[in-house]
Design a protein around this ligand. Structure first.
Ligand code: ATP
Ligand code: MG
Length: 576
């Protein structure tokens, strides 16, 4: 393809709006352009990358036995009302009305639509298992769209949905997708890790996220050295403490702590450490109840765990007025001793503590030497805090390490959540109506492209893994002489004949401009054709990743590059 025939509006300067490399480089290389916040046009180079990722996804999904369909972008509110998600999904669900005032939404995900298809079309256990997938535009009215394709509002997703006759079958379908995802991200040349994850708004009983490791990732993952455990920090379990403290219980003491409301202030004032303090957090649940959550002073509450423990989906910290009403004290002085008529949950670290400090339920007051078994009642002890680096792994106890990751894929074992809500049944061998057991599986196509750039770039630009590069080779004639032009033409033909994808920079530009653009666009190889080299029958072949330049006889370039490209297949990177 000739550069002059493609719209590749490269930019010399960094666009101000881009905070991370992938966003900046995709804009600079003329791959994408913003239309509105979180909404982009893919230009030819960007679209080629997207199409390549889609191709890898299709091949692996087909190989895993999934069948491709295409569902509509708009879906009717009735389907979403059946599962309760019309109300539950909140503002991320972009809604609209048609001319008859009927409610619709732009699909952020398609469980409702596919489950409706299943219940209408599938009758018998003989038709199962089934797995449907599509690669389609999703819309989520994200509160903070940013980082280009990484977090868009309109974005391309591959979503798949499996239907099985029982849990065991669903587990097998899940595993197949899990394995296919490994293949897909490996083929995309990514350094990634599958981690245990929370199920969020989609729901279900088990889930894994596929995380591309990158410092710019928005997710934090925790993992142990020996590969036995890896989880999103939202999900990561904290094992119970080894045992209770043997310290004798001392008598409860009330002390004045004027204006000391934060853990730090209280500790400084009382000359104690945060490990000896217990925070009392008061939360509102969606059921309009108030619950007290006790967390050790140096730990953070994990609200997802609290929600799971309570079986609620909505949870917000109580406002100052509620805190004052429930605890009779301003924010910062609530404590569990004497707190009436509210459920108390405590992180299990507290089970091992003795003689700790809590708020006194009075202004400027704390209590010392508090003991949970003597001074107040805990309704539930469980794992409620955020895990952190250094905590023991729940599988084997070695210390966890943390890393940043970009979530490119997510697999969920849904169980019967949607089939139950929507009546998606089939007839078992005895003619009995049985609920289908489902799984769902997503990959962000654009986010995968962006993640690949985060992992593969340098100061000058992108360095594409071969499998998803917009072109394999960038051909750079650097003078206008007849010899150079003719050789370039011949080279182009021979490379294309050899099955290679070639971008030919036929612009009338200075060599420096062409080199800069080629480094920016990041094709795995650049071939420079100049008069000086040709005088000796050679062209320069540059490996974009290593920067190594090799002189190759122009007659042998096609063979040389064919060999290099299959030899240099993106290495299968270590997971860590
Ligand atoms: P996130 O936590 O990043 O908002 P999610 O957990 O809501 O994502 P899923 O519902 O699991 O996302 O969607 C499946 C996949 O779609 C994600 O793994 C991700 O790759 C992609 N994806 C989700 N939201 C976006 C977005 N706003 N922009 C681009 N890709 C997205
Ligand atoms: Mg997810």
């Amino acid at each position: 393809m000739r550069t002059s025939q493609l719209l590749i509006p490269t930019l010399r300067e960094d666009p101000g709006e881009a905070e991370i490399a992938s966003h900046r480089l995709m804009l600079r290389a003329g791959m994408i352009r913003k239309v509105a916040a979180g909404i982009y046009t893919y230009l030819p180079l960007g679209l080629r990358v997207i199409r390549k990722i889609e191709r890898i996804i299709r091949e692996e999904m087909n190989r895993a036995g999934a069948q491709e369909i295409l569902m509509p972008i708009l879906s009717p509110a009735e389907l979403w009302r059946e599962t309760g998600r019309w109300d539950f999904y909140g503002k991320e669900l972009l809604r609209c009305k048609d001319r008859h005032e009927r409610d619709f939404c732009f699909g952020p995900t398609h469980e409702e639509v596919i489950t409706d298809l299943f219940r209408r079309e599938v009758r018998s256990y003989r038709q199962l298992p089934l797995n449907f997938y599509q690669i389609q535009t999703k819309f989520r009215d994200e509160i903070r769209p940013r980082f280009g394709l990484m977090r868009g509002r309109e974005f391309l997703m591959k979503d798949a949905y499996s239907f099985d006759k029982d849990e065991e079958g669903a587990g097998r379908s899940y595993q197949k997708m899990y394995d296919a995802y490994h293949q897909i991200f490996t083929r995309c040349g990514l350094n990634f890790r599958a981690v245990e994850a929370d199920t969020g708004l989609i729901g279900g009983s088990m889930s894994h996220e596929f995380m591309v490791l990158a410092d710019t990732g928005e997710e934090t993952i925790l993992f142990d050295e020996n590969g036995a455990y890896a989880a999103n920090v939202e999900r990561a379990e904290v094992p119970p403490p080894p045992g209770a403290s043997l310290e004798p219980q001392r008598s409860l003491q009330k002390v004045s702590t004027p204006n000391a409301t934060t853990v730090e202030e209280v500790c400084t004032f009382l000359k104690t450490s945060p490990e000896n303090l217990v925070k009392t957090l008061l939360y509102h649940t969606e059921k309009e109840e108030i619950v007290g959550v006790l967390i050790r002073g140096d730990h953070e509450a994990n609200e997802i765990k609290v929600k799971r423990c309570l079986g609620v989906t909505g949870l917000t910290l109580a406002d100052a007025e509620t805190v004052a009403r429930v605890s009779s004290a301003p924010v910062g002085f609530a404590g569990p001793v004497g707190l009436k008529n509210i459920q108390i949950l405590a992180d299990h670290a507290i089970q091992g503590m003795r003689n700790f400090v809590v708020g006194g339920n009075e202004s400027d007051t704390h209590l010392l030497n508090v003991n949970w078994d003597r001074d107040f009642k805990v309704d539930i002890f469980t794992d409620l805090r955020q895990a952190q680096a250094g905590d023991p792994s729940p599988r084997g106890g070695t210390p966890l390490r943390s890393a940043k990751g970009i979530e490119v894929g997510h697999v969920f074992l849904l169980g019967t959540k949607y089939s139950q809500a929507m009546g998606a049944t089939f007839l078992d061998p005895n003619g009995k109506e049985t609920l289908a057991v489902m799984g769902c599986y997503g990959i962000g196509v654009g986010r995968t492209a962006a993640a690949a750039i985060e992992q593969n770039h340098d100061r000058k630009g992108m360095i594409w893994p071969l499998s998803i590069a917009p072109f394999h080779i960038h051909l750079l004639p650097v003078t206008a002489s007849e010899n150079v032009q003719e050789t370039t033409q011949a080279l182009y033909a021979s490379l294309v004949n050899a099955g290679l994808e070639v971008l030919w920079d036929d612009r009338d530009e200075r060599a420096g401009v062409k080199f800069n653009d080629a480094d920016l666009i990041g094709a795995p190889f650049q071939v420079t054709i100049g008069d000086k080299g040709l005088a000796t029958g050679a062209v320069d072949v540059k490996n974009r990743r290593t920067g190594e330049i090799t002189k190759v006889s122009y007659k042998e370039v096609a063979t040389y590059l064919s060999n290099q490209l299959s030899l240099n297949k993106t290495p299968q990177l270590e997971n860590w």
